[in-house]
Design a protein around this ligand. Structure first.
Ligand SMILES: [Zn+2]
Length: 400
């Protein structure tokens, strides 16, 4: 849901900022301002220019050029690189801002550098900490389903407050609650769950939306003689040039994607809070069997089913809370084996700027373009596979 009045005001501001009055005379072709709600094309971030140089750690290699996809070599194990591109330089038109490390033969790690800011300015430190923990739990919950097409594994984490070395610039995210549609720069604390947080995080890795936009459409207000005001027109939805993905893609139907990987009882973790009453019980925790699932004999347990979104840390394993006090965390969800990432998602994150992603880039580039019929600048020419209904462009399969 959106506040239309505020939305219009924002658009007027944008008309000032981005286009000036001269180009908004009445009866001239109307050009949509850049999107403001799903804000995937925000103004270039100043801090991108201040990015740390890639030689701050010895294993680093140069930031990848995203402007010109190339045949490129994969990172060597242990190597990291910054993947940064402003929206205007990005092959998907969505900014990239992450550190990529190849942590193993088939393992890749993405580090995001986020700062969550409360919209009302109060309790800034607490909100930042709360959302760091929330996002971290979501990445943990998603982890085993972040798979590449050849069994590769992507792990996502947030930079820690005092982390040093190669890092993308801090990206601010506003946090507010209430009735508004959030985006990758504005989290709605009332509605953002793990599938949504993952979806928005993937935008920071350059992925585009793949659903059909049905709400945002803009026309110049016919009631405003100055011809400067924009109003919504949901019939003429914006971004109608967009290539549409599968409805179970995390960049389209995120709830459906999550359910496909984890089933309907997707968030359930189980913790056993175990207080040992005997040496035998304590001994079982000294060299614990990795498959330990219950409080050993001689211990008193209080099991609790928990949601990954609201409670505690959900790294499966054993946590020592005191000399006699242990918590065993179990991930009770069944994993279907279905990756939360389509092959092209994984490849464009783990092999950014590479020619293998060209089909994805070609289709993704129209995600935030609007046809002339819908008051936009017109759709770019795209290969037929972007719109042939097969969604092969997200699967890394294209037939020309
Ligand atoms: Zn989105």
């Amino acid at each position: 849901m959106q506040n239309t009045k505020l939305f219009s005001i924002a658009l007027i501001a944008l008309a000032f900022t981005h286009f000036g009055f001269a180009r908004h005379k009445k009866n001239t072709p109307v050009v949509l301002p850049p999107p403001t709600i799903e804000q995937h094309c925000p103004p270039p971030h100043e801090e991108l220019a201040q990015a740390q140089t890639a030689n701050t750690i010895s294993t680093a290699i140069a930031p990848v050029s995203l402007a010109q996809p190339i045949q490129c070599e994969d990172l060597q194990e242990g190597q990291s690189r910054l993947v940064q591109a402003k929206d205007t330089e990005s092959p998907t038109t969505v900014h990239h801002m992450y550190k990529l490390t190849r942590t193993g033969a088939t393992d890749y790690e993405v580090v995001l550098n986020l700062n969550f800011k409360p919209a009302n300015g109060s309790n800034a430190e607490m909100i930042n900490k709360e959302f760091h923990e929330k996002a971290t739990r979501c990445y943990q919950a998603a982890d085993r389903a972040l798979l590449g097409p050849s069994g590769e594994h992507l792990h996502i984490r947030l930079a820690t407050p005092n982390e040093e070395g190669l890092l993308p610039p801090v990206h601010d995210i506003n946090v507010a609650d209430g009735r508004f549609r959030g985006d990758s720069d504005d989290y709605n604390s009332s509605t953002f769950d793990c599938p949504t947080i993952l979806h928005e995080s993937l935008h920071l890795m350059g992925l585009v939306d793949e659903y059909k936009e049905t709400k945002i459409g803009l026309v110049l207000d016919p009631k405003d003689p100055s011809g400067k005001s924009w109003v919504s027109d949901t019939k003429l939805n914006a971004w109608d040039c967009r290539a549409i993905g599968d409805n179970d893609s995390i960049m389209s139907g995120m709830e459906k994607a999550w359910s496909k990987s984890f089933g309907e009882s997707r968030m359930t973790f189980f913790q056993v809070d175990c207080t040992c009453r005997s040496p035998k019980c304590k001994k079982a925790f000294m060299h614990p069997d990795p498959n330990l699932r219950d409080c050993p004999a001689g211990g008193q347990d209080s099991p609790v089913a928990l949601s990954a979104e609201t409670n505690g840390s959900f790294e499966p394993g054993i946590k020592v809370l005191g000399p006699d006090h242990f918590v065993i965390t179990k991930d009770m969800r069944s994993f279907s084996g279905a990756s939360l990432l389509k092959p092209a998602h994984f490849n464009s994150i783990a092999h950014p700027g590479c020619a293998e992603n060209l089909p994805y880039y070609q289709c993704a580039a129209s995600a935030y373009k609007t046809s002339k019929e819908h008051n936009g600048e017109g759709c770019p020419v795209t290969p037929s596979f972007c719109h042939d209904g097969t969604t092969n462009w997200t699967k890394g399969i294209t037939t020309r």
